[in-house]
Design a protein around this ligand. Structure first.
Ligand SMILES: *[C@@H]1O[C@H](CO)[C@@H](O)[C@H](O)[C@H]1NC(C)=O
Ligand SMILES: *[C@@H]1O[C@H](CO)[C@@H](O)[C@H](O)[C@H]1NC(C)=O
Length: 217
């Protein structure tokens, strides 16, 4: 998985035209970081075996990599697993499981300490589950992303739905949440319920009941 993701990144560098991106990005204010990111992603129907990567993920400032739960369509049946893509540090991809068309997958990423930076990940769907641990001490995360990443295939699977999305960050600012994030290049038509932000002490919890990537803009 990780090797193939690296190959995909190489493709991004050398054959930029082969990759198509749609994503929504919530970036916390400078000097604040995400401690938890969870929600549910609903697997669309998989039209064919192809390089569809649908994922929630966390990115550090400087974009050194991404800690992500990737729903992967290459085999012709969805598979999901957690991993850190792609290097610095080089970590093995986590375990995962196959996902049926239409199934909801709960995901979570929680860090034990922003500075120490070991992330615990979990995935569950019906009777399937997988957990992981990713030591990323030099990468405090400031971006929570929901993405459609496509190689040599178009967005032909219909809507992609995220539900009960919750992002917690160590900031008393709320606008990074209530503003609804940034729709990259406005490439996707996205329907979203109003984000709500609750601040308690030094932390703000951003909750979004539903985010639907409807179709390409
Ligand atoms: C968030 O936590 C980091 C790491 O401990 C700290 O350096 C930063 O000052 C905190 N930011 C805020 C806004 O509390
Ligand atoms: C996409 O197509 C290009 C050109 O045929 C190929 O070089 C590349 O490896 C393909 N990428 C993937 C991820 O299949």
């Amino acid at each position: 998985m990780q090797l193939l993701t690296l190959l995909a990144l190489a493709a991004l560098t050398t054959h930029a035209s082969a990759v198509t991106w749609y994503y929504l990005d919530f970036t916390t204010p400078s000097g604040s970081y995400i401690t938890s990111f969870s929600g549910t992603m609903v697997a669309p129907g998989l039209p064919q075996a192809a390089t569809y990567y649908l994922w929630p993920g966390l990115q550090p400032s400087g974009n050194a990599g991404v800690l992500q739960q990737v729903l992967d369509g290459r085999s012709g049946e969805w598979w999901i697993g957690s991993g850190w893509c792609c290097s610095d540090p080089d970590l093995p991809w986590g375990s995962g499981f196959n996902v049926a068309d239409g199934a909801a997958v709960a995901f979570s990423n929680v860090v034990d300490d922003i500075d120490e930076g070991t992330w615990s990940t979990s995935l569950s769907s019906g009777s399937n589950s997988a957990t992981g641990s990713f030591a990323l001490p030099t990468h405090p995360m400031d971006q929570a992303i929901m993405a459609i990443e496509l190689y040599n295939v178009t967005w032909d699977f219909g809507a992609l739905t995220f539900e009960d999305v919750v992002i917690v960050a160590n900031t008393t600012s709320t606008s990074w949440c209530t503003g609804g994030g940034t729709n990259y290049n406005n490439a996707a038509v996205i329907s979203m319920s109003s984000p709500t932000a609750t601040t308690s002490g030094p932390a703000t919890t951003c909750s979004i009941a539903s985010i639907v990537f409807e179709y390409p803009a």
